[in-house]
Design a protein around this ligand. Structure first.
Ligand code: BES
Ligand code: MN
Ligand code: ZN
Length: 499
Protein backbone atom coordinates (compact mmCIF):
# COMPACT_ATOMS: atom_id res chain seq x y z
CA UNK A 1 0.00 0.00 0.00
CA UNK A 2 1.03 3.62 -0.33
CA UNK A 3 2.97 4.96 2.60
CA UNK A 4 1.05 7.43 4.74
CA UNK A 5 3.04 9.79 6.94
CA UNK A 6 2.51 12.89 9.05
CA UNK A 7 3.72 16.46 9.04
CA UNK A 8 2.96 18.84 11.88
CA UNK A 9 5.26 21.66 10.77
CA UNK A 10 5.14 23.99 7.77
CA UNK A 11 4.54 22.82 4.22
CA UNK A 12 7.70 21.85 2.33
CA UNK A 13 9.19 24.28 -0.15
CA UNK A 14 9.49 21.71 -2.89
CA UNK A 15 7.50 18.78 -4.19
CA UNK A 16 3.77 18.44 -4.74
CA UNK A 17 1.27 20.00 -2.36
CA UNK A 18 -2.45 19.28 -2.47
CA UNK A 19 -4.76 22.01 -1.28
CA UNK A 20 -8.42 21.27 -0.59
CA UNK A 21 -10.90 23.86 -1.74
CA UNK A 22 -14.58 24.13 -0.76
CA UNK A 23 -17.52 25.68 -2.60
CA UNK A 24 -17.93 28.51 -3.13
CA UNK A 25 -14.15 28.89 -3.45
CA UNK A 26 -13.25 28.48 0.16
CA UNK A 27 -9.66 27.99 1.26
CA UNK A 28 -8.71 26.10 4.39
CA UNK A 29 -6.38 27.72 6.89
CA UNK A 30 -3.23 26.21 5.37
CA UNK A 31 -4.25 27.29 1.90
CA UNK A 32 -5.17 30.76 3.11
CA UNK A 33 -1.67 31.16 4.52
CA UNK A 34 -0.17 30.03 1.24
CA UNK A 35 -2.34 32.52 -0.58
CA UNK A 36 -1.20 35.35 1.65
CA UNK A 37 2.51 34.58 1.40
CA UNK A 38 2.20 34.41 -2.36
CA UNK A 39 0.38 37.70 -2.72
CA UNK A 40 -2.95 36.15 -3.69
CA UNK A 41 -1.65 33.81 -6.39
CA UNK A 42 -3.79 30.97 -5.15
CA UNK A 43 -7.08 32.82 -5.03
CA UNK A 44 -6.32 34.20 -8.46
CA UNK A 45 -5.69 30.73 -9.85
CA UNK A 46 -8.94 29.58 -8.28
CA UNK A 47 -10.86 32.36 -9.94
CA UNK A 48 -9.46 31.23 -13.26
CA UNK A 49 -10.29 27.58 -12.61
CA UNK A 50 -13.91 28.38 -11.81
CA UNK A 51 -15.89 26.68 -9.06
CA UNK A 52 -14.31 23.38 -8.10
CA UNK A 53 -16.88 20.64 -7.99
CA UNK A 54 -16.61 17.81 -5.48
CA UNK A 55 -13.80 15.50 -6.51
CA UNK A 56 -12.40 17.82 -9.17
CA UNK A 57 -8.62 17.94 -9.28
CA UNK A 58 -6.77 20.88 -10.85
CA UNK A 59 -3.06 20.76 -11.52
CA UNK A 60 -1.25 24.10 -11.22
CA UNK A 61 2.26 23.55 -12.47
CA UNK A 62 4.80 26.00 -11.08
CA UNK A 63 2.52 28.85 -10.07
CA UNK A 64 4.53 32.03 -9.89
CA UNK A 65 5.27 33.27 -6.42
CA UNK A 66 4.81 29.90 -4.78
CA UNK A 67 7.80 27.94 -3.63
CA UNK A 68 6.29 24.56 -4.42
CA UNK A 69 7.13 22.65 -7.54
CA UNK A 70 3.54 21.80 -8.08
CA UNK A 71 0.26 22.72 -6.51
CA UNK A 72 -2.81 20.54 -6.87
CA UNK A 73 -6.26 21.81 -5.99
CA UNK A 74 -8.81 19.30 -4.75
CA UNK A 75 -12.47 20.29 -4.80
CA UNK A 76 -14.12 18.95 -1.67
CA UNK A 77 -17.63 20.06 -2.50
CA UNK A 78 -20.48 21.49 -0.56
CA UNK A 79 -20.24 21.88 3.18
CA UNK A 80 -23.33 19.82 4.08
CA UNK A 81 -23.71 16.11 3.91
CA UNK A 82 -20.15 14.89 3.42
CA UNK A 83 -19.83 11.43 4.91
CA UNK A 84 -16.90 9.12 5.48
CA UNK A 85 -17.44 7.36 2.17
CA UNK A 86 -17.45 10.71 0.30
CA UNK A 87 -14.15 11.64 1.91
CA UNK A 88 -12.66 8.26 1.03
CA UNK A 89 -13.78 8.72 -2.55
CA UNK A 90 -12.17 12.17 -2.61
CA UNK A 91 -8.90 10.53 -1.60
CA UNK A 92 -9.36 7.79 -4.17
CA UNK A 93 -9.94 10.25 -7.01
CA UNK A 94 -7.02 12.35 -5.90
CA UNK A 95 -4.60 9.41 -5.79
CA UNK A 96 -5.70 8.17 -9.22
CA UNK A 97 -5.18 11.61 -10.67
CA UNK A 98 -1.77 12.01 -9.05
CA UNK A 99 -0.77 8.60 -10.36
CA UNK A 100 -1.90 9.62 -13.84
CA UNK A 101 0.20 12.78 -13.58
CA UNK A 102 3.24 10.73 -12.65
CA UNK A 103 3.41 12.15 -9.13
CA UNK A 104 4.99 9.75 -6.65
CA UNK A 105 4.69 11.72 -3.43
CA UNK A 106 2.45 14.52 -2.25
CA UNK A 107 1.59 16.47 0.87
CA UNK A 108 -2.06 17.11 1.72
CA UNK A 109 -2.19 20.57 3.29
CA UNK A 110 -3.97 20.87 6.62
CA UNK A 111 -7.77 20.82 6.26
CA UNK A 112 -8.65 23.19 9.11
CA UNK A 113 -11.23 25.82 8.23
CA UNK A 114 -13.02 23.62 5.69
CA UNK A 115 -16.31 21.92 6.37
CA UNK A 116 -15.78 18.26 5.62
CA UNK A 117 -18.32 16.63 7.92
CA UNK A 118 -15.55 15.56 10.30
CA UNK A 119 -12.66 17.02 12.27
CA UNK A 120 -9.64 17.83 10.04
CA UNK A 121 -7.51 14.93 11.28
CA UNK A 122 -10.34 12.43 10.77
CA UNK A 123 -11.09 13.81 7.32
CA UNK A 124 -7.40 13.52 6.38
CA UNK A 125 -7.37 9.89 7.54
CA UNK A 126 -10.44 9.13 5.41
CA UNK A 127 -8.80 10.73 2.37
CA UNK A 128 -5.64 8.71 2.96
CA UNK A 129 -7.61 5.47 3.34
CA UNK A 130 -9.43 6.12 0.09
CA UNK A 131 -6.17 6.95 -1.67
CA UNK A 132 -4.61 3.70 -0.48
CA UNK A 133 -7.59 1.51 -1.38
CA UNK A 134 -7.87 2.93 -4.88
CA UNK A 135 -4.20 2.44 -5.75
CA UNK A 136 -4.02 -1.25 -4.82
CA UNK A 137 -1.98 -3.39 -7.18
CA UNK A 138 -0.96 -7.03 -7.30
CA UNK A 139 2.34 -7.53 -9.09
CA UNK A 140 3.51 -10.77 -7.53
CA UNK A 141 4.02 -12.47 -10.87
CA UNK A 142 5.30 -9.61 -13.02
CA UNK A 143 8.68 -8.03 -13.62
CA UNK A 144 9.24 -4.61 -12.02
CA UNK A 145 7.11 -1.94 -13.61
CA UNK A 146 8.36 0.02 -16.56
CA UNK A 147 9.46 3.57 -15.68
CA UNK A 148 6.57 5.28 -17.44
CA UNK A 149 4.05 3.55 -15.16
CA UNK A 150 5.11 5.46 -12.04
CA UNK A 151 2.93 4.63 -9.10
CA UNK A 152 1.74 7.02 -6.48
CA UNK A 153 3.69 5.94 -3.41
CA UNK A 154 3.46 8.35 -0.55
CA UNK A 155 0.88 10.68 0.94
CA UNK A 156 1.91 12.98 3.77
CA UNK A 157 -0.86 14.45 5.89
CA UNK A 158 -0.20 17.88 7.31
CA UNK A 159 -1.99 18.17 10.67
CA UNK A 160 -2.28 21.13 13.02
CA UNK A 161 -1.18 19.00 15.94
CA UNK A 162 0.17 15.50 16.41
CA UNK A 163 -2.66 12.94 16.58
CA UNK A 164 -2.67 10.04 19.05
CA UNK A 165 -0.26 7.16 18.54
CA UNK A 166 -2.85 4.88 16.99
CA UNK A 167 -3.69 7.28 14.14
CA UNK A 168 -1.46 5.96 11.35
CA UNK A 169 -1.79 2.35 12.52
CA UNK A 170 -5.57 2.52 12.20
CA UNK A 171 -5.35 3.69 8.58
CA UNK A 172 -2.79 1.00 7.81
CA UNK A 173 -4.85 -1.74 9.45
CA UNK A 174 -8.08 -0.94 7.64
CA UNK A 175 -6.31 -0.94 4.27
CA UNK A 176 -4.15 -3.99 4.97
CA UNK A 177 -7.25 -6.02 5.87
CA UNK A 178 -8.88 -5.23 2.52
CA UNK A 179 -5.60 -5.88 0.71
CA UNK A 180 -5.30 -9.26 2.39
CA UNK A 181 -8.70 -10.27 0.99
CA UNK A 182 -7.88 -8.87 -2.46
CA UNK A 183 -4.55 -10.72 -2.53
CA UNK A 184 -6.23 -14.02 -1.65
CA UNK A 185 -8.90 -13.51 -4.30
CA UNK A 186 -6.35 -12.58 -6.96
CA UNK A 187 -3.95 -15.50 -6.36
CA UNK A 188 -4.29 -18.19 -9.01
CA UNK A 189 -5.52 -21.63 -7.95
CA UNK A 190 -2.16 -23.34 -8.49
CA UNK A 191 -0.72 -21.08 -5.80
CA UNK A 192 -3.71 -20.80 -3.48
CA UNK A 193 -5.36 -24.17 -2.85
CA UNK A 194 -7.05 -25.46 0.30
CA UNK A 195 -3.87 -26.32 2.20
CA UNK A 196 -1.89 -23.21 1.21
CA UNK A 197 -4.90 -20.99 1.93
CA UNK A 198 -5.24 -22.56 5.38
CA UNK A 199 -1.56 -21.92 6.09
CA UNK A 200 -1.91 -18.28 5.12
CA UNK A 201 -4.59 -17.89 7.78
CA UNK A 202 -1.91 -18.53 10.42
CA UNK A 203 -0.58 -15.05 9.66
CA UNK A 204 -3.51 -13.72 11.69
CA UNK A 205 -1.94 -15.15 14.85
CA UNK A 206 0.43 -12.17 14.82
CA UNK A 207 -2.58 -9.94 15.38
CA UNK A 208 -3.79 -11.94 18.37
CA UNK A 209 -6.31 -14.14 16.54
CA UNK A 210 -6.59 -17.80 17.49
CA UNK A 211 -6.35 -19.90 14.33
CA UNK A 212 -7.21 -23.59 14.20
CA UNK A 213 -6.73 -25.59 11.02
CA UNK A 214 -8.91 -28.68 10.72
CA UNK A 215 -7.26 -31.38 8.60
CA UNK A 216 -9.04 -33.61 6.10
CA UNK A 217 -8.83 -36.45 8.64
CA UNK A 218 -10.57 -34.27 11.20
CA UNK A 219 -13.33 -33.42 8.74
CA UNK A 220 -13.79 -37.17 8.24
CA UNK A 221 -14.03 -37.72 11.99
CA UNK A 222 -16.64 -34.97 12.30
CA UNK A 223 -18.68 -36.42 9.46
CA UNK A 224 -18.46 -33.39 7.19
CA UNK A 225 -19.50 -35.53 4.25
CA UNK A 226 -20.85 -32.61 2.23
CA UNK A 227 -17.54 -30.70 2.13
CA UNK A 228 -15.64 -33.94 1.63
CA UNK A 229 -17.90 -34.91 -1.29
CA UNK A 230 -17.12 -31.61 -3.03
CA UNK A 231 -13.41 -32.16 -2.51
CA UNK A 232 -13.20 -35.82 -3.37
CA UNK A 233 -12.52 -35.22 -7.06
CA UNK A 234 -9.38 -33.23 -6.31
CA UNK A 235 -5.90 -34.40 -5.37
CA UNK A 236 -5.90 -31.42 -3.01
CA UNK A 237 -8.07 -32.31 -0.02
CA UNK A 238 -10.33 -29.87 1.82
CA UNK A 239 -9.57 -27.97 5.01
CA UNK A 240 -11.70 -25.97 7.42
CA UNK A 241 -10.18 -23.08 9.34
CA UNK A 242 -11.66 -21.61 12.51
CA UNK A 243 -10.40 -18.19 13.58
CA UNK A 244 -11.38 -16.49 16.81
CA UNK A 245 -10.99 -12.91 18.00
CA UNK A 246 -11.90 -12.51 21.65
CA UNK A 247 -12.09 -8.77 22.09
CA UNK A 248 -14.85 -8.85 24.68
CA UNK A 249 -16.15 -10.95 27.52
CA UNK A 250 -19.27 -11.83 25.55
CA UNK A 251 -19.86 -15.53 25.85
CA UNK A 252 -21.57 -15.98 22.49
CA UNK A 253 -19.61 -14.91 19.44
CA UNK A 254 -20.92 -13.52 16.22
CA UNK A 255 -19.94 -15.99 13.48
CA UNK A 256 -18.69 -15.09 10.00
CA UNK A 257 -18.75 -18.04 7.63
CA UNK A 258 -17.16 -18.12 4.17
CA UNK A 259 -17.32 -20.28 1.05
CA UNK A 260 -13.74 -21.00 0.01
CA UNK A 261 -13.90 -22.93 -3.23
CA UNK A 262 -10.33 -22.34 -4.39
CA UNK A 263 -11.26 -23.41 -7.89
CA UNK A 264 -14.67 -24.34 -9.26
CA UNK A 265 -14.54 -26.31 -12.50
CA UNK A 266 -18.12 -27.41 -11.88
CA UNK A 267 -16.92 -30.97 -11.31
CA UNK A 268 -18.54 -33.68 -13.46
CA UNK A 269 -21.21 -31.07 -14.32
CA UNK A 270 -18.28 -29.30 -15.98
CA UNK A 271 -18.45 -25.58 -16.70
CA UNK A 272 -17.79 -24.30 -20.23
CA UNK A 273 -14.19 -23.28 -20.99
CA UNK A 274 -14.94 -19.61 -21.69
CA UNK A 275 -14.45 -17.63 -18.50
CA UNK A 276 -13.62 -20.63 -16.34
CA UNK A 277 -10.41 -18.88 -15.24
CA UNK A 278 -12.64 -16.57 -13.21
CA UNK A 279 -13.51 -19.45 -10.93
CA UNK A 280 -10.23 -18.91 -9.09
CA UNK A 281 -12.15 -16.28 -7.16
CA UNK A 282 -14.86 -18.65 -5.97
CA UNK A 283 -13.26 -18.31 -2.53
CA UNK A 284 -14.24 -14.63 -2.21
CA UNK A 285 -16.48 -15.34 0.79
CA UNK A 286 -13.64 -17.01 2.69
CA UNK A 287 -11.28 -14.17 1.74
CA UNK A 288 -13.74 -11.59 3.07
CA UNK A 289 -13.97 -13.47 6.37
CA UNK A 290 -10.16 -13.59 6.70
CA UNK A 291 -9.91 -9.90 5.84
CA UNK A 292 -12.60 -9.02 8.37
CA UNK A 293 -10.85 -11.02 11.11
CA UNK A 294 -7.65 -9.13 10.25
CA UNK A 295 -9.45 -5.80 10.50
CA UNK A 296 -11.15 -6.64 13.81
CA UNK A 297 -8.08 -8.12 15.50
CA UNK A 298 -5.84 -5.36 14.16
CA UNK A 299 -7.98 -2.63 15.67
CA UNK A 300 -8.68 -4.66 18.81
CA UNK A 301 -12.43 -4.54 18.31
CA UNK A 302 -14.38 -4.93 21.52
CA UNK A 303 -16.27 -7.94 20.23
CA UNK A 304 -16.15 -11.72 20.29
CA UNK A 305 -16.07 -12.96 16.71
CA UNK A 306 -15.39 -16.32 15.08
CA UNK A 307 -14.54 -16.81 11.42
CA UNK A 308 -15.14 -20.21 9.83
CA UNK A 309 -14.10 -20.99 6.27
CA UNK A 310 -14.41 -24.13 4.16
CA UNK A 311 -11.53 -24.54 1.69
CA UNK A 312 -12.00 -27.00 -1.14
CA UNK A 313 -11.42 -27.52 -4.85
CA UNK A 314 -14.27 -28.71 -7.13
CA UNK A 315 -12.68 -30.93 -9.79
CA UNK A 316 -13.85 -33.67 -12.18
CA UNK A 317 -12.03 -36.98 -11.86
CA UNK A 318 -12.57 -40.71 -11.57
CA UNK A 319 -13.14 -40.15 -7.89
CA UNK A 320 -15.39 -37.12 -8.16
CA UNK A 321 -18.98 -37.06 -6.89
CA UNK A 322 -21.53 -37.78 -9.62
CA UNK A 323 -24.83 -36.14 -10.50
CA UNK A 324 -27.46 -38.21 -8.69
CA UNK A 325 -25.24 -39.14 -5.75
CA UNK A 326 -26.89 -38.92 -2.34
CA UNK A 327 -24.70 -37.69 0.49
CA UNK A 328 -25.32 -37.28 4.21
CA UNK A 329 -24.30 -33.90 5.56
CA UNK A 330 -22.85 -33.48 9.05
CA UNK A 331 -26.30 -32.53 10.33
CA UNK A 332 -27.69 -35.90 9.22
CA UNK A 333 -29.75 -34.43 6.38
CA UNK A 334 -29.44 -36.30 3.10
CA UNK A 335 -28.76 -34.37 -0.10
CA UNK A 336 -29.30 -35.44 -3.67
CA UNK A 337 -26.51 -33.90 -5.75
CA UNK A 338 -28.34 -33.17 -9.00
CA UNK A 339 -25.66 -30.81 -10.28
CA UNK A 340 -22.08 -31.04 -9.03
CA UNK A 341 -21.62 -27.37 -9.94
CA UNK A 342 -23.94 -26.35 -7.10
CA UNK A 343 -21.11 -27.14 -4.69
CA UNK A 344 -20.95 -23.94 -2.63
CA UNK A 345 -24.18 -24.72 -0.79
CA UNK A 346 -22.79 -28.16 0.13
CA UNK A 347 -19.76 -26.49 1.67
CA UNK A 348 -21.92 -24.00 3.59
CA UNK A 349 -24.20 -26.81 4.82
CA UNK A 350 -21.45 -28.41 6.90
CA UNK A 351 -19.82 -25.12 7.88
CA UNK A 352 -23.03 -23.63 9.24
CA UNK A 353 -24.08 -26.81 11.02
CA UNK A 354 -20.65 -27.09 12.64
CA UNK A 355 -20.65 -23.41 13.60
CA UNK A 356 -24.10 -23.60 15.15
CA UNK A 357 -23.37 -26.76 17.14
CA UNK A 358 -19.79 -26.21 18.22
CA UNK A 359 -19.35 -22.46 18.46
CA UNK A 360 -22.82 -21.53 19.79
CA UNK A 361 -22.99 -18.14 18.07
CA UNK A 362 -25.53 -15.40 18.77
CA UNK A 363 -25.81 -14.85 15.01
CA UNK A 364 -24.27 -16.19 11.82
CA UNK A 365 -23.49 -14.32 8.61
CA UNK A 366 -22.30 -16.34 5.65
CA UNK A 367 -20.69 -14.96 2.51
CA UNK A 368 -20.48 -16.95 -0.70
CA UNK A 369 -20.02 -16.51 -4.43
CA UNK A 370 -22.98 -18.85 -4.65
CA UNK A 371 -25.03 -18.29 -7.79
CA UNK A 372 -24.88 -16.86 -11.28
CA UNK A 373 -28.55 -16.05 -10.71
CA UNK A 374 -27.78 -13.30 -8.23
CA UNK A 375 -25.70 -11.60 -10.93
CA UNK A 376 -28.69 -11.77 -13.28
CA UNK A 377 -30.89 -10.20 -10.59
CA UNK A 378 -28.61 -7.49 -9.21
CA UNK A 379 -25.69 -7.14 -11.61
CA UNK A 380 -22.45 -6.00 -10.06
CA UNK A 381 -24.04 -3.17 -8.09
CA UNK A 382 -25.23 -5.05 -5.01
CA UNK A 383 -24.72 -8.33 -3.24
CA UNK A 384 -27.87 -10.35 -2.53
CA UNK A 385 -28.89 -10.53 1.13
CA UNK A 386 -31.19 -13.14 2.65
CA UNK A 387 -31.99 -13.02 6.36
CA UNK A 388 -34.12 -14.69 9.01
CA UNK A 389 -33.66 -11.89 11.52
CA UNK A 390 -34.91 -8.33 11.02
CA UNK A 391 -32.43 -6.74 13.40
CA UNK A 392 -29.47 -8.42 11.70
CA UNK A 393 -30.86 -7.54 8.27
CA UNK A 394 -31.24 -3.87 9.11
CA UNK A 395 -27.75 -3.66 10.65
CA UNK A 396 -26.29 -5.25 7.52
CA UNK A 397 -28.10 -2.79 5.25
CA UNK A 398 -26.93 0.12 7.39
CA UNK A 399 -23.34 -1.13 7.34
CA UNK A 400 -23.51 -1.74 3.59
CA UNK A 401 -24.61 1.81 2.98
CA UNK A 402 -22.00 3.37 5.17
CA UNK A 403 -19.04 1.52 3.62
CA UNK A 404 -20.33 1.61 0.04
CA UNK A 405 -20.60 -2.17 -0.33
CA UNK A 406 -24.18 -2.45 -1.53
CA UNK A 407 -26.63 -5.12 -0.42
CA UNK A 408 -30.18 -5.72 -1.62
CA UNK A 409 -32.54 -8.02 0.21
CA UNK A 410 -34.04 -10.98 -1.64
CA UNK A 411 -36.68 -13.44 -0.41
CA UNK A 412 -36.59 -16.69 1.53
CA UNK A 413 -39.81 -18.55 2.33
CA UNK A 414 -41.72 -21.82 2.21
CA UNK A 415 -42.67 -21.37 -1.42
CA UNK A 416 -39.00 -21.35 -2.40
CA UNK A 417 -38.19 -24.26 -0.09
CA UNK A 418 -40.46 -26.38 -2.28
CA UNK A 419 -38.03 -25.82 -5.14
CA UNK A 420 -35.42 -28.03 -3.47
CA UNK A 421 -37.63 -31.05 -2.67
CA UNK A 422 -36.07 -34.31 -3.75
CA UNK A 423 -37.64 -37.64 -4.74
CA UNK A 424 -34.89 -39.66 -3.14
CA UNK A 425 -33.29 -37.54 -0.39
CA UNK A 426 -34.35 -34.88 2.15
CA UNK A 427 -33.40 -32.11 -0.24
CA UNK A 428 -31.64 -31.66 -3.59
CA UNK A 429 -28.92 -29.16 -4.37
CA UNK A 430 -30.65 -27.33 -7.23
CA UNK A 431 -33.96 -25.52 -7.61
CA UNK A 432 -36.12 -25.07 -10.69
CA UNK A 433 -33.60 -24.19 -13.34
CA UNK A 434 -33.67 -20.51 -14.19
CA UNK A 435 -36.38 -19.66 -11.66
CA UNK A 436 -35.24 -17.78 -8.53
CA UNK A 437 -31.84 -19.42 -8.51
CA UNK A 438 -30.39 -17.19 -5.78
CA UNK A 439 -33.36 -17.88 -3.48
CA UNK A 440 -33.11 -21.61 -4.17
CA UNK A 441 -29.47 -21.48 -3.05
CA UNK A 442 -30.42 -19.50 0.04
CA UNK A 443 -33.25 -21.79 1.19
CA UNK A 444 -30.92 -24.76 0.74
CA UNK A 445 -28.40 -23.15 3.06
CA UNK A 446 -31.18 -22.23 5.49
CA UNK A 447 -31.80 -25.95 6.05
CA UNK A 448 -28.61 -26.00 8.15
CA UNK A 449 -28.92 -22.92 10.36
CA UNK A 450 -31.56 -24.04 12.86
CA UNK A 451 -32.98 -21.09 14.76
CA UNK A 452 -29.78 -19.08 15.07
CA UNK A 453 -30.34 -15.57 13.64
CA UNK A 454 -28.76 -15.82 10.22
CA UNK A 455 -28.00 -13.83 7.11
CA UNK A 456 -26.65 -15.12 3.81
CA UNK A 457 -24.81 -12.80 1.43
CA UNK A 458 -24.56 -14.03 -2.15
CA UNK A 459 -21.57 -12.05 -3.40
CA UNK A 460 -21.04 -13.71 -6.82
CA UNK A 461 -21.57 -10.35 -8.56
CA UNK A 462 -19.41 -8.16 -6.37
CA UNK A 463 -16.25 -10.08 -5.46
CA UNK A 464 -14.60 -9.28 -8.76
CA UNK A 465 -14.98 -6.22 -10.97
CA UNK A 466 -14.10 -5.88 -14.63
CA UNK A 467 -14.08 -2.08 -14.22
CA UNK A 468 -12.43 0.36 -11.84
CA UNK A 469 -14.69 1.14 -8.88
CA UNK A 470 -14.62 4.26 -6.69
CA UNK A 471 -12.44 2.56 -4.06
CA UNK A 472 -10.91 -0.31 -6.03
CA UNK A 473 -9.07 -0.79 -9.27
CA UNK A 474 -10.54 -3.49 -11.50
CA UNK A 475 -10.04 -7.05 -10.23
CA UNK A 476 -10.59 -8.26 -6.69
CA UNK A 477 -12.75 -5.80 -4.76
CA UNK A 478 -12.31 -7.07 -1.21
CA UNK A 479 -16.10 -6.85 -0.89
CA UNK A 480 -17.25 -7.83 2.58
CA UNK A 481 -14.22 -6.85 4.63
CA UNK A 482 -15.33 -3.34 5.46
CA UNK A 483 -18.95 -4.42 5.57
CA UNK A 484 -18.34 -7.11 8.19
CA UNK A 485 -16.07 -4.87 10.22
CA UNK A 486 -18.81 -2.25 10.26
CA UNK A 487 -21.62 -4.69 11.09
CA UNK A 488 -19.62 -5.98 14.06
CA UNK A 489 -19.15 -2.37 15.15
CA UNK A 490 -22.90 -1.77 14.93
CA UNK A 491 -24.08 -5.01 16.53
CA UNK A 492 -21.44 -5.72 19.17
CA UNK A 493 -19.52 -2.56 19.93
CA UNK A 494 -22.11 0.19 19.76
CA UNK A 495 -23.28 -0.38 23.35
CA UNK A 496 -19.84 -0.86 24.86
CA UNK A 497 -18.29 2.22 26.39
CA UNK A 498 -14.69 2.92 25.50
CA UNK A 499 -12.43 1.36 28.11
N1 BES B 1 -19.32 -20.44 -8.13
C1 BES B 1 -20.53 -20.59 -8.86
C2 BES B 1 -21.36 -19.31 -8.92
C3 BES B 1 -20.75 -18.15 -9.65
C4 BES B 1 -21.13 -17.88 -10.94
C5 BES B 1 -19.87 -17.31 -9.02
C6 BES B 1 -20.60 -16.79 -11.60
C7 BES B 1 -19.34 -16.24 -9.68
C8 BES B 1 -19.69 -15.96 -10.96
C9 BES B 1 -21.39 -21.68 -8.22
O1 BES B 1 -20.70 -22.71 -7.62
C10 BES B 1 -22.22 -22.27 -9.31
O2 BES B 1 -21.65 -22.85 -10.19
N2 BES B 1 -23.52 -22.12 -9.22
C11 BES B 1 -24.41 -22.65 -10.18
C12 BES B 1 -25.59 -23.26 -9.45
C13 BES B 1 -26.53 -24.01 -10.33
C14 BES B 1 -25.86 -25.24 -10.89
C15 BES B 1 -27.75 -24.39 -9.51
C16 BES B 1 -24.88 -21.51 -11.09
O3 BES B 1 -25.11 -20.40 -10.59
O4 BES B 1 -24.98 -21.73 -12.28
MN1 MN C 1 -20.16 -24.21 -8.96
ZN1 ZN D 1 -18.84 -22.26 -6.92
Amino acid sequence: MIEVSLLTGALPESGTVVVAVGVPAKLGSAAATLDQTSGGTLSKALEAAGPLKQGKVVDLVLPRGLPHARLILLGVGKPEGLERLDREELGAGLARKLQGLGVKEAVLAELGGLELGAAPAEAAADIARGAALATYSFRQYQRPEPEEETRFEQLTLQLAEAPDDAYLGAIENAVAAVERARDLVTEPANMLYPESFAKRCLELEKLGCEVRIMSPAELERLGMRAILAVGQGSVRPPYVVVMRWRGSEDEKPIALVGKGVCFDTGGISLKPAAGMEEMKWDMGGAAAVVGAMHSLAGRKARAHVVGVIGLVENMPSGNAMRPGDVITAMSGKTIEVVNTDAEGRLVLADLLHYTKEELKPRAMIDLATLTGAVVVALGHENGGMFATDEELASKLLEAAKSVGEGLWRLPLGKAYSKHIKSQIADIKNVGRGREAGASAGAVFVQEFVGDVPWAHLDIAGVTWSSRDLPLAPKGATGFGVRLLDEVVRLTCEANKARA
